[in-house]
Design a protein around this ligand. Sequence first.
Ligand code: 2NL
Length: 346
Amino acid sequence: MPASLGERLEELRREVERELAAADSPEDVEEIRVRTLGKKGALTREAKAIGALPAEERPGAGEVVNAVKNAIEASIETRRAALSDVALRARLAEEAVDATLPGRRRGQGANHPLSIVTSQLLETFRRMGFSVATGPEIESTWHNFEALNIPAGHPAREEMDTLYVDADHVLRTHTSPVQIRVMESQRPPVSIVCPGRVFRADDPDASHSPYFHQIEGLLVDEGISMAHLKWTLTEFVHQYFGPEVKVRLRPSYFPFTEPSAELDIACQVCGGGGCPSCKHSGWMELLGCGMVHPAVLEAVGYDSERWTGFAWGMGVERVAINKYGIPDIRMFFENDVRFLHRFRGR
Ligand code: 2NL
């Protein structure tokens, strides 16, 4: 005797339950659903066969097929949810982070001593009314030399001293070209300070580096004399090094100033009494300065009969070496953290 519709459907339901129990991913469950409830599925085939039954048997058969279909759909849904949950838990376990682990410590930074000294010096000049100007490190020979009254053939232009980029460009040997650029771009009065890195063709040793830092200053106006130079730079020394620090000017020579001078201050190590660091003179050289040469003013288009000015240049490394007692200029550029950490919190 052939199995009844009810028996066949009950067998199908049990078969599906067994397969669902054996499934171990949501994809397996989907495959079972298509094979059972899809267009060509086993249950769909039984539902279609109802149409061929005698009219009085159809309602009963429809009810049985629907009941089994609902039961199978519910089982599939339950199994799919369970397996999705398992997949999610597995992923969460795999990607888990231990939020209680201590974080990685970041090393504490510090300002570089040259940055500290540069900002302190600039701040002092700012308070006295100077503006800060900067410019390029690669300069034309015009801005670096000619405009500064250093003609072709001058020894300072030799390749022994100057790093050439090409025939008419150099790595600037001072920050004076910044002042030339400012004067070219505006009429007097001018009062600026120019910080920056400069370059010389020097082999490094304890007191030489092929790059170092300068701050130059320039003031141009009507009626400016050596007296203004002396007062301004003395006031700067008193503000930066202390109100009692003695100052003296000695005659010197620069191609871009006339007259020119060196400014010395009382030795900061011994206070002026004499010690090995000032070679027992009681003085230390701080900067070079002078009245801007008329040829420089004319080179930027200023009338040197009407306008006069003074200028100065100082080495930032020298001030820092003095302030912190640093024995070797190369220490500024080695980036040894043990050296840099001395300046933490300053
Ligand atoms: C030094 C000497 C100096 C200047 C720099 C200057 C700039 C212009 C015109 C005239 Cl645009 N002068 N600068 C003047 C005198 C000395 O530096 O020993 N520096 C470390």
